[in-house]
Design a protein. Structure first.
Length: 355
């Protein structure tokens, strides 16, 4: 009986102790905090597929400025532009695969740099109506990309590097009023050259000036064409915004310098690669304006069908001062002769790409 009473007492003391401990813990313990993590705010992401036609200073400059400007706009607006970039190097089969990859990866918008890429993107998006923004298309109406510059009319719009050919011709004769034979150097297969060459011929025909044409689509063909120009004894050479010639420019500019023939071209990137003069669009600015158009469509819901094609002032002449000196020209005299035909004259020296 005594042992039973002791066991009952021990059990009672233990129960009382547990109660006191539990009460004490309850009294001193702070309410449990909700440790569930707050949901993170997901940054809105837009996927943009950019296909470049060829690897040259002009088009690369456009791509670099599109990417830089989109990064700036993304930061300003709290969104992310995820860029898928590739270069088809003028290969139609590769171009087709690149565009298909962009679409399978769920691109929100496609960017075609140069006319051939833009035209293929237009065809590839006929069903999906994915927005397409082109860059550096010289004649978007003639290429069938838009119904008009003011009202494109479909899912395609962009920026044009239209060249005022007559303005370049004026520069040729401002520097050399006695020029009697002009060489036209271009790739007959480049849509970007068609309208410009036709315009150059009309200008020269009206003035009764002789001209010769030499064309090429590969580096070797362009080199042979340049040598043929020298053999023909031309007084100056005109090249529009032609990607095939641009790609070969570093290989041919010395041919013209050695022969004392100035080459007048449709973009400052040609002058960067050794041509005497580039006249026309600032491709860095064209790239930034293209990016602004992309952002307007993706962020603000702008409709490509009613977003006018962006064109640019073609009044800037870029003179390669090294080539100018090598040709025996006086830079000050040439600049003074050009002033009535330009809104601005800039200078550069020969390099492979813009920095």
């Amino acid at each position: 009986m005594k042992n039973l009473n002791l066991r009952k007492l021990a059990a009672a003391i233990l129960s009382f102790t547990v109660l006191l401990t539990a009460a004490g813990c309850a009294a001193g313990q702070k309410p449990a905090e909700d440790t569930a993590a707050e949901p993170e705010t997901t940054q809105q992401t837009f996927r943009v597929g950019i296909c470049n036609y060829v690897d040259d200073a002009s088009l690369n400059q456009i791509v670099e400025n599109i990417q830089t400007r989109l990064a700036e706009l993304g930061e300003e607006n709290g969104v992310q532009f995820e860029i898928d970039y590739d270069n088809c190097n003028a290969d139609a089969t590769v171009m087709e695969q690149i565009i298909a990859n962009f679409q399978s990866n769920g691109a929100d918008l496609l960017v075609g740099v140069a006319t051939p890429v833009a035209m293929r993107m237009q065809t590839a998006t006929e069903d999906s109506r994915t927005p397409v923004v082109f860059a550096a298309v010289s004649d978007p109406v003639g290429a069938g990309l838009v119904q008009s510059l003011e009202a494109p009319g479909s899912n395609v719009t962009g920026t044009s590097d239209y060249l005022d050919t007559a303005a370049v011709m004026n520069l040729i004769f401002a520097a050399d009023p006695d020029a009697a034979k002009i060489g036209l150097l271009y790739d007959a297969g480049q849509d970007s050259s068609t309208a410009a060459i036709a315009s150059a011929k009309a200008y020269l025909d009206e003035k009764g000036i002789a001209y010769v044409e030499h064309t090429g689509s590969t580096a070797d063909e362009v080199m042979l064409a340049a040598q043929a120009m020298v053999a023909d004894g031309v007084d100056a050479v005109f090249t529009p915004t032609d990607n095939s010639i641009m790609k070969a420019e570093l290989a041919i500019y010395e041919t013209f310098i050695d022969a004392g023939i100035p080459q007048y071209t449709g973009a400052d990137s040609f002058a960067l690669n050794g041509a005497f003069l580039g006249y026309g669009v600032d491709y860095a600015n064209l790239g930034r304006e293209t990016a602004d158009m992309i952002a307007d469509i993706l962020l603000n819901g702008a409709d490509p069908a009613s977003t006018p094609v962006k064109t640019f002032d073609n009044g800037t002449a870029a003179i390669n001062t090294e080539t100018c000196a090598a040709l025996g020209f006086d830079f000050d005299a040439v600049s003074k002769a050009f002033e009535p035909y330009c809104t601005k004259i800039t200078t550069l020296t020969t390099a492979e790409s813009f920095s």
